[in-house]
Ligand binder design. Sequence first.
Ligand code: IPM
Ligand code: MN
Length: 355
Amino acid sequence: MKPPESNYTIAVILGDGIGPEIVGAASTVLKRTAELDNFTVELIQYEAGAAAYQKYGDPLPSPAQAGCRQADAIFKGPTGLPDVRLPDGTEAGVLGGRLRNGLDLYVNLRPIKLYPNIPTALANRQAGDIDWVMVRENTEGLYASRGNGIVANTGQAATDTLMITRLGSERIIRYAFEEARRRNRQKRVACVDKSNVLRSFAFFRQIFREIAAEYPDIQTDFLYVDAAAQALVLEPDRFDVIVTENLFGDILSDLGGATVGGIGVCAGANIGDQHAYFEPIHGSAPALAGRGVANPLAAILAAGLMLNYLGRPESAARIERAVEQAFLDKAVVLRPDGSAESGTQAVAKAIHSRL
Ligand code: IPM
Ligand code: MN
C-alpha cells in the first residue's frame, strides 16, 4: 500500500468485448468515491488488447506502455478475443505476459468472498462462510513459458517448462504472510503445491517453510493442489490466505469464484514493487458485448482493490460496503451467464447510490 495522495493519475485500458461497458460503469463509481473522500482521479485511456493488435500489430502499443509506467496505477478491462490469435495459436490480445512480466508484477491477489443473497454453488453456505484470498505467483511457474513453448519432433510434440526460482518464491510467500497479518482474520497461510510428485514444488514448499519461520504469529497449512480443489468446495471456511504457483493459482481462483457466485464478482490485483494493475478476473465475454447487460461488479471491486493499493483503504471499504449493501437490498441479481438481471448501468447506479 502506498502513502495516500490527493491526486492520482490512472492509466485505463478499456479492453475488448464487454470491457468498455464495465470499465465505464466502474469509472463512475471510482470518480464518485474520490469525490466523497476528497481526492481526484484522472483517468487516461490507452488502446491495448485484441483490437489494438488488429489495428497496430501490437496488443500493447508504445503509448500504452509508457502511460502504464508513468501512472500511479493501471485500471484494466478484460482483453483478448477468441478469434484474434497469433500465428502460434495462442490469443493475441491477452496482456498477461506483457504487463505482469514486463512490469514485474509478481503478486496476483484475488479475494474470494461470498456476498449476501448470492446463490452459491455450495449448499448451506452463507455470506461470511467464504472469505479467503488467493496469492497467485504471477511471473513464473508454468507460465514462465508464455510465448516460449517449443514444438518439437517435426510437429509431433510440444513442451512448456515450469520454472520456480528462489527469489520468485521468497517474495510471493513473504507477501502471503504479510497479507495474512494485514487481514487479521484466521491468520493462516496455506501452501498449495504438488510437492509429492514434482521436484520444483518440493523446492517451493521448502522455501515456504523457511519464510514461515519468520512469522510465528501466522499458522500454516499444506495441501497438494488436487486436495486443495476438493477442500475449497467441501471446507472453504478452512482458508484465509492461499499461496501457490501461477497456473495452480489461475485455476483455483476460478474454482473459488464458482463458490461465491461466479467470477463475475471476482476482482484481481497484479502488484509489483513499482507498478500495479487492477482488473476483473473474467474475460471479455464477446457474446454479451454491446448489449448493456454485462455485470460490472468485478470491475467495480477491482476499483476498490486499486484504491486500497493507492493508500485509500477507507475508500476501498466504502466500495465494498456499497456492493454488500446492494446485495442485501437485492438490488443486484446475477444471472448464470455472467450478465446482471437489471443491466450494466442499473448495477452501477445501485452501487453509486450506496457509496
Ligand atoms: C487470468 C487469465 C490470464 C492468465 C489469461 C487471459 C492470459 O486467465 O488472468 O487469470 O492466464 O493468467
Ligand atoms: Mn484465469
